[in-house]
Design a protein around this ligand. Structure first.
Ligand SMILES: Nc1ncnc2c1ncn2[C@@H]1O[C@H](COP(=O)(O)OP(=O)(O)OP(=O)(O)O)[C@@H](O)[C@H]1O
Ligand SMILES: [Mg+2]
Length: 380
C-alpha cells in the first residue's frame, strides 16, 4: 500500500502493536499482584484503554505459560448472558481444544445441553443455542460448574472480567457477586483481573462489609499517560512526514480530558484530511468537526432529559467550575442550588456525568466530547 494511505492512528476498538503505547509500570504492578494470586480491580474512565491494557497484559502471561480467559460482560443483562460470555471466552482459547473437550465432559450438567450443537469428539464448537430453554436454576448451576471447572484448564490461570461492575446490574440479590467471590477463593491456581469504569459502584463493592466482594481485590487506579504519550503521537506524525507542534498535542490532550481514544481519533482525522502542519488551531477545527458529526446523538440524549437536567448539563459543559455560584445559576435559569444538585445527581446516575465530579463545584463529563459539544453549540 502507498505509505501515505496508512493512517498511523486508530480508535474505537482495543489496540495492539504499533497502535498501542505500552504502560510498563502499570503492567509490572498488575503482573506482580496476579502472579501472587492477589486479585486486582483496575478502575479507569471510559475509553482510557482498559481493555487494550488487559489484552496486552494477557500476552505477557501467555508467554509465561499461563492459560488466559478474557470474559467481556459489557453487554450482559442476565445470568444467561454471563454464562454465554464465559463459554465464548473458553471457545476462543487457542490451542486448548483438547482441554476444553475434557473440561466440558467434566461438567455433567453442561453435557446434555450441549450435545445438540457441540461435537464432543471433533471439538467443532457451536455453543449457545441449546440452553435457551434452561431455567434460571439450571443457568445458575451451569455458571457455578463452569467457574469451578476453570481450575482444571491448566496449571496457572488468569481470568479477566472486563467491565465487571455489570454484575451488580443483574437483579439477583448479589448472587453472581457472591458466586464469583466463592470461586475466587476456591480456585487455588487462578487469579482474577477485573476492569471497570463506574468508580463509586466498584468502591462500594470492595469497601462495603455487607457485600460479598468486600476486600477481595486490590484496587488500582488506571493512570493517565505522562509526557511519553505526546512523544509517541509526535513520532507517529513524523513517520508520515507531517509536522505537528508539541503544543497542539498537549492542547488536544487537555480538551479531551486526556482520553487516549479521542486523542487518536482526532489525530486520525487530521491525517485523513491531509494536513501537513498541525497547530492548536487545526486541532480545534478537527475536534469541532468530530463533535458536530455526533450532534444527532447528543441532541437525542438531551431531549430525553428534564429541562433542569438539560440546563445543568449546559452549565456544566460550558463552565465546568464553580457551577453552584449565584451568577451561573441565574445565567442558566436554574432555580436553586439544591435543584442543581439534584439534577447533577440524576445525571451521574445515568452515567452522563462522572462519579468523580466532586462537591466542590467541578464537573467531569463521562464523554469529554459531549462537553466540547456544549462549548461549541449554544453560541449566540
Ligand atoms: N496504550 C494505548 N496506546 C495508544 N492508544 C490507546 C492505548 N490504550 C487505548 N488507546 C486508544 O483508546 C481506544 C480505546 O481503547 P480501549 O477499548 O482499550 O479502551 P477502554 O477503556 O476499554 O474503552 P471502553 O470504556 O469503551 O471499554 C483505542 O482504540 C486507542 O485509540
Ligand atoms: Mg473496554
Amino acid at each position: 500500500m502507498d505509505k501515505l494511505l496508512v493512517n498511523p492512528f486508530k480508535f474505537g476498538d482495543p489496540v495492539e502493536g504499533d497502535y498501542y503505547l505500552p504502560r510498563p509500570d502499570l503492567a509490572n504492578a498488575v503482573l506482580q499482584f496476579l502472579q501472587n494470586r492477589i486479585h486486582v480491580v483496575l478502575i479507569g474512565p471510559r475509553r482510557f484503554g482498559k481493555t487494550s491494557f488487559a489484552l496486552n497484559l494477557l500476552k505477557k502471561f501467555e508467554k509465561e505459560s499461563y492459560l488466559c480467559l478474557f470474559v467481556d460482560i459489557y453487554n450482559i443483562t442476565s445470568h444467561r448472558d454471563f454464562l454465554q460470555q464465559m463459554l465464548r471466552a473458553l471457545r476462543t482459547l487457542k490451542g486448548w481444544k483438547g482441554k476444553i473437550k475434557d473440561f466440558l465432559k467434566s461438567i455433567p450438567t453442561l453435557r446434555p445441553k450441549f450435545s445438540a450443537d457441540f461435537d464432543l469428539d471433533t471439538g467443532a464448537p457451536s455453543f449457545g443455542l441449546s440452553f435457551d430453554q434452561a431455567s434460571d436454576k439450571d443457568v445458575k448451576e451451569l455458571i457455578q460448574d463452569v467457574l469451578a471447572g476453570i481450575e482444571n484448564l491448566g496449571e496457572k490461570i488468569i481470568v479477566v472480567i472486563d467491565e465487571f461492575q455489570k454484575v451488580t446490574e443483574i437483579e439477583d440479590k448479589g448472587w453472581l457477586e457472591a458466586t464469583l467471590r466463592t470461586h475466587m477463593q476456591q480456585l487455588r491456581n487462578t487469579s482474577f483481573l477485573f476492569t471497570g469504569s463506574r468508580r463509586s459502584i466498584i468502591y462500594d463493592m470492595l469497601n462495603n462489609p455487607d457485600r460479598p466482594l468486600y476486600r477481595s481485590c486490590q484496587p488500582i487506579e488506571f493512570p493517565s499517560f505522562g509526557e511519553e504519550f505526546t512523544d509517541w503521537v509526535l513520532d507517529k506524525f513524523t513517520t508520515i512526514d507531517i509536522k505537528c507542534e508539541r503544543s497542539a498535542v498537549q492542547h488536544l490532550r487537555t480538551l479531551v480530558q486526556d482520553t487516549p481514544n479521542y486523542v487518536q481519533m482526532v489525530c486520525f482525522h487530521l491525517v485523513a484530511r491531509g494536513k501537513s502542519h498541525i497547530t492548536e488551531k487545526e486541532v480545534d477545527h478537527a475536534l469541532g468537526t468530530v463533535v458536530r458529526q455526533n450532534a444527532y446523538a447528543y441532541q437525542t440524549l438531551l431531549t430525553s432529559l428534564t429541562p433542569t437536567q438539560q440546563r445543568a448539563l449546559r452549565l456544566a459543559g460550558r463552565e465546568g467550575k464553580q457551577i453552584f455560584s449565584k451568577e451561573l445559576l441565574q445565567k442558566y435559569e436554574i432555580s436553586s442550588g439544591p435543584a442543581l444538585a439534584s439534577a447533577i445527581k440524576s445525571l451521574k446516575d445515568k452515567g452522563i456525568l462522572d462519579d468523580e465530579s466532586s462537591g466542590r463545584g467541578t464537573v467531569i463529563f463521562d464523554d469529554p466530547l459531549f462537553a466540547v459539544w456544549f462549548q461549541i453549540s449554544f453560541e449566540n
